[in-house]
Structures are given as structure tokens and as C-alpha cells.
Design a protein around this ligand. Structure first.
Ligand code: NAG
Ligand code: NAG
Ligand code: NAG
Ligand code: NAG
Ligand code: NAG
Ligand code: NAG
Ligand code: NAG
Ligand code: NAG
Ligand code: NAG
Ligand code: NAG
Length: 464
């Protein structure tokens, strides 16, 4: 076993040393040096056929017990495994041309459905993954019928551990973790959600890629639940379902920034919600390209959590119609709050800024509060909306899903507004391109009794 110094862990180590010395002046350190352990030294074979779960887990446990460091997956091999539990202090280094392959059998995963991940860190600190290699969920093996409209997937619902058609394992999960770092790694073909943060604090995700099948439902890119202080930058996410998706189930979500990234998805590029029981606050999305999506920027707030102080800047969006079996009707921007059902509390969305946005899309911007919960202080500044139709799907449906009014027959508009107080539109251009755009070239659609305090400054709408 070689010893090596890992700069990230060294930094963490120095920081924690300082804290320890301050809080416990009588304790003299040090911890041992960060260690580097190869899974091969623990007997991993890496033939992609035999399970390497035991050797890999032993290497992780040994590394963590030794005070932390790196667990190496050497190049040129495929390591098939059941769920691996990542422990405090450990960074997995999956080397270039090495692959961690997730199991495809129910017995490869723990009993509890909420722990179905290929790699799972629970209550851990200073953990991460890197190395240039691949973590592969073998998602295509979960497809029971390929369908260009939407694949039909295996669901392990017969166990009773989970209901419905979404019972499949996620790829990587960090649950109640602090100081998480994921970089220089490829996450591939998740069977369900790909990278999942739950109640984490201080997460840094950069220079990594996600690839999922375009027609597979629920293979979200990054789901961020109830977590604070998350940074995502320089990522490439190409997948079927929502690419970056903050949600709140059991606590608020504060301080998320996602920047300098490229996204391709059949669903939403960025989606807040729909799980939205607690507050979302202080989110920034900057310099992001979104292509081929069914919805560019979406706020689907349904459960009583309030949303405020969100900025979307320097974003280039392309949206198009797919099939109504996916949420989204080609809206470049979609901001909605309505009660999911008759038990839901009221949510509000306020102080949202869209600046320097360019979109080419088959449908318009949709801004909708509800009688019980409104939108307030929305601002659009330097926004270019190019509207054209290039697919043959029908329009005339407005999408309030999930819950609320569902799909409603109604003509589209360049910007549709309801239940808003305070809307500032400045330097906004709509261009209607091609003959088929003429059938819906109604720039603004609002009912004054539900929309108050609108200001339009330098707003243009032109047909070409
Ligand atoms: C990558 O690994 C595979 C085995 O998984 C091997 O056959 C191939 O030669 C390796 N390629 C490179 C460039 O190392
Ligand atoms: C189980 O999943 C299958 C496949 O998606 C689905 O068709 C079926 O309705 C589900 N059954 C139950 C009881 O949820
Ligand atoms: C996030 O911050 C809020 C406000 O300080 C706190 O209530 C919540 O517990 C924090 N969440 C996590 C996962 O640290
Ligand atoms: C959010 O970020 C601000 C500014 O960096 C910081 O003061 C605040 O404590 C953070 N909030 C949480 C919940 O960590
Ligand atoms: C925007 O992000 C791209 C990567 O997606 C990067 O190449 C480019 O330098 C960024 N632009 C700015 C102004 O930072
Ligand atoms: C809004 O969020 C940004 C992060 O995007 C933060 O820097 C800023 O301090 C927040 N502003 C307010 C008024 O909370
Ligand atoms: C949302 O804001 C309303 C007031 O506008 C407040 O009554 C409610 O408690 C807030 N919801 C949450 C989950 O904080
Ligand atoms: C937006 O992206 C498309 C390709 O996805 C590109 O053709 C177009 O030039 C970009 N627009 C801007 C303003 O960057
Ligand atoms: C709420 O919705 C449920 C299911 O849709 C229905 O059975 C129930 O009667 C409704 N309750 C009220 C108070 O409307
Ligand atoms: C918007 O774009 C303008 C012109 O390119 C630039 O000067 C400004 O800084 C941008 N604003 C933001 C918030 O990035």
C-alpha cells in the first residue's frame, strides 16, 4: 500500500486540526497521514462479472479507520458491486478507464428503499469521488421496453418496499453529509436519479459529467434536497429527466449556485420542486446552456414552501415539444405556484431575476401564481425570446402538472401571466419566426384583475 498526500484532505485536515486545537487545547494531534489504498490489494478482481463488493468495502472501511485518504480503483477494470457505503474521510478515486458497475438485482441493494444507491455516504464528513473514471448504474438493463416517447422501466414494487413505477436504485447518494466533493468523474446510466444530495452542507461539484438515456424517465442529473451551501460548476449533464433539481422535503434549501455548465435534457434544465415543503432561498444559476429540453427554467412549487432571491443570468435555452407524457410544454421559463392538492399549504415565489437570457423555443414564458399563493417581484432584463415551431406536436395545452389543474386547454402566448404582483420587463424582445409562429403570435396574455404592478420598458414583439 502506497502512502500519498491528498491536497483536499490535507486542507480539511489542517482546518479541522485548527478547530480541534482551539476547542481542545490539551489534545495533541496528529491524526495519521492520509492513506492511499487500492481495491486490488483487498482482492478486487475487476472482471465486471464477479462481485467485488467485499474487497471494495473492506478497502473503504480500512481507509476510513486509518484516518481517511483515497481508495483507488485501478485503470483497465470494471468493478461490479452491490451497494457500497462511503465512510468519513474517504475519497474514491476511480481511475481513467476504470468503471464501477452497479448491480441490477434487487438483492444488490439494502432492504430499505431509501438506501437503494450504488454508492451511498450516510452521516459522513470529508467524502468525495474523483479520478477520471466512470460510475455506471447500468440503467439500460432496467428498460423493459424501449420507446422513443418514453421508455418503460422495471419497477421493484412487488416487494412492498416501494410503490408505483419508480422503484429503482439511484446511482450516488450523500445523505446528511458535510464537506462533499465530486469532481473529474463520469456518472453514467443511472437507473433512477443520478447524483442525490440529502440534508448536506458544503458540497462542491465541479468538472464532472452525467450521462443518462434521453428517453428514460426519472434519471435526473443532480437532485439537491434540503441542503445548504452547494456549488456546482463546469458540469456537463446530458440526460432524460430534470438536470439540476433542488427540492425541499424536510428542511429548507439555502445557498445553491450552479454555473458554467452545459445541459441537455428531455425534461427541465433547472427545476425547483416539485417537492417544496420548505423554503428555497439564495440560489444563483449563471452561464448555463440548456439544449433540447422540454422546459428550460422551471419553478414548480406546490407544497407550501416559499421561494425567494433566485437569480438566473447568462442562460441560453432551447426548448421543444415532446410528448405530453413528460411534464413541460416547451416553455423556456415556467414559474408556478399552486396547491398540489386540497391538503397542500400555500406557497409564494418572490424576488426572482432573469437577466441576459436567450431562448429559442416552441412555446412561451408561463408565469402563474394561484388565488391562494402569488408571485411577486419578478424581473426580466435583457431577455431575447425567439419563438418558432419545428416539431409537429399540437399546442393549445397549458401544463400545470403535477397536481393543480393538470393539463388545461388554452392557447399559448409569448408571456402568459396570472396572479402576479410586481412584474418588471426591461429590454425584452420577442421574435416570431416562420409561418407556424403566426398561429400563436399573441405576445402578452394576462387578466388585469389578477396581475398588478406591471412595468414594460423597451419591450418589443415582431413577426418575421
Ligand atoms: C480500458 O479498459 C479495458 C478493459 O476494461 C481494456 O480492454 C482497454 O484496453 C483499456 N483501454 C485503455 C486505453 O487503457
Ligand atoms: C409496478 O411497476 C410496474 C412497472 O412500471 C407498473 O406497471 C405497475 O403498475 C406497478 N405496480 C404497482 C402496484 O404499483
Ligand atoms: C440549512 O440552514 C438552515 C438555516 O440555518 C438550517 O435550519 C438547516 O438545518 C440547514 N440544513 C442543513 C442540512 O445543514
Ligand atoms: C448562506 O451564505 C451566506 C453568505 O455566504 C452565509 O452568511 C449564510 O450563513 C449561508 N447560509 C447557510 C444556511 O449556511
Ligand atoms: C461559461 O461556461 C463555459 C463552460 O460551459 C465556459 O467555457 C466559459 O468560459 C464560461 N463563460 C464565462 C464568461 O465565464
Ligand atoms: C441572494 O442570494 C445571493 C446568492 O445568490 C446572495 O449572495 C445574496 O446575499 C442574497 N441576497 C439577499 C438579500 O438575501
Ligand atoms: C411561507 O410564507 C407564509 C407567509 O407568506 C408563511 O405563513 C408560511 O409559514 C411560509 N411557509 C414556510 C414553509 O415557511
Ligand atoms: C445559444 O445556443 C445555441 C446552440 O444551442 C447557439 O446556436 C446560439 O448561438 C446560442 N446563443 C447565444 C446568444 O449564445
Ligand atoms: C380532497 O381530495 C380528495 C381526493 O381527491 C377527496 O376525496 C376529498 O373529498 C377532498 N376533500 C375536500 C375537503 O375537498
Ligand atoms: C448581462 O450582459 C451584459 C452585457 O453583455 C453585461 O454587461 C452584464 O454584466 C450582464 N449581467 C449579468 C448579471 O451577468
Amino acid at each position: 500500500m502506497a502512502l500519498s498526500i491528498n491536497p483536499l484532505l490535507t486542507l480539511v485536515f489542517i482546518l479541522s486540526t485548527t478547530t480541534l486545537i482551539q476547542s481542545h487545547p490539551s489534545i495533541l494531534l496528529p491524526h495519521s497521514q492520509p492513506v492511499t489504498i487500492s481495491v486490488a490489494d483487498y482482492g478486487a478482481i475487476g472482471d465486471g462479472v464477479q462481485y467485488d463488493t467485499v474487497p471494495i468495502q473492506s478497502a473503504i472501511d480500512a481507509c476510513s479507520s486509518a484516518g481517511g485518504g483515497r481508495v483507488i480503483f485501478p485503470s483497465g477494470k470494471k468493478y461490479l458491486t452491490k451497494t457500497l457505503f462511503l465512510k468519513s474521510g474517504v475519497v474514491l478515486e476511480v481511475q481513467k478507464n476504470a468503471t464501477v458497475l452497479g448491480g441490477t438485482q434487487l438483492e444488490d441493494y439494502p432492504m430499505e428503499q431509501d438506501r437503494w444507491y450504488v454508492i451511498l455516504a450516510e452521516d459522513a464528513e470529508d467524502v468525495g469521488m474523483t479520478g477520471g473514471g466512470v460510475i455506471d448504474g447500468q440503467g439500460l438493463r432496467f428498460v423493459t421496453r424501449f420507446d422513443e416517447r418514453k421508455n418503460v422501466m422495471v419497477s421493484w414494487n412487488e416487494t412492498g418496499a416501494c410503490l408505483g413505477d419508480e422503484c429503482r436504485p439511484r446511482l450516488v447518494g450523500f445523505v446528511r453529509c458535510r464537506n462533499v466533493k465530486v469532481w473529474d468523474i463520469h456518472l453514467s446510466e443511472p437507473a433512477y436519479w443520478c447524483l442525490h444530495l440529502v440534508q448536506c452542507d458544503n458540497t462542491y461539484i465541479h468538472d464532472m459529467s452525467i450521462y443518462g438515456d434521453f428517453n428514460t424517465p426519472n434519471n435526473d442529473g443532480i437532485d439537491i434536497d434540503d441542503s445548504n451551501n452547494t456549488i456546482i460548476t463546469r458540469c456537463n449533464i446530458n440526460t432524460g429527466d430534470d438536470a439540476i433539481c433542488p427540492k425541499t422535503y424536510d428542511g429548507p434549501l439555502y445557498n445553491l449556485t450552479a454555473t458554467d455548465s452545459w445541459i441537455r435534457t428531455k425534461s427541465s434544465g433547472i427545476k425547483l420542486g416539485s417537492a417544496s415543503w420548505f423554503e428555497f432561498k439564495g440560489l444563483l444559476f449563471n452561464n448555463i446552456t440548456i439544449v433540447d429540453s422540454h422546459r428550460g427554467l422551471g419553478l414548480q412549487i406546490r407544497d407550501g414552501g416559499n421561494v425567494s432571491n433566485i437569480t438566473f443570468s447568462n442562460i441560453n435555452i432551447t426548448t421543444r415539444y415532446y410528448d405530453p407524457s413528460w411534464w413541460g410544454r416547451a416553455e423556456p421559463i415556467y414559474v408556478t405556484t399552486c396547491p398540489r392538492d386540497n391538503t397542500s399549504k400555500t406557497s409564494t415565489i418572490s424576488d426572482i431575476l432573469f437577466v441576459n437570457i436567450t431562448a429559442t423555443s416552441e412555446n412561451g414564458v408561463f408565469l402563474s401564481g394561484s388565488k391562494s399563493g402569488g408571485l411577486s417581484n419578478l424581473k426580466f432584463s435583457n431577455v431575447d425570446l425567439n419563438y418558432k415551431r419545428w416539431t409537429s406536436y399540437d399546442d393549445g395545452l397549458v401544463d400545470y402538472r403535477p397536481g393543480c389543474q393538470g393539463l388545461v386547454e388554452r392557447n399559448s402566448a409569448g408571456m402568459m401571466m396570472e396572479h402576479i404582483k410586481g412584474l418588471e420587463v426591461e429590454n425584452v424582445n420577442m421574435r416570431w419566426l416562420g409561418d407556424r409562429a403566426r398561429i400563436w403570435n399573441n405576445p402578452l396574455d394576462f387578466n388585469p384583475s389578477t396581475v398588478h404592478d406591471i412595468s414594460l420598458l423597451n419591450f418589443h414583439s415582431n413577426s418575421y
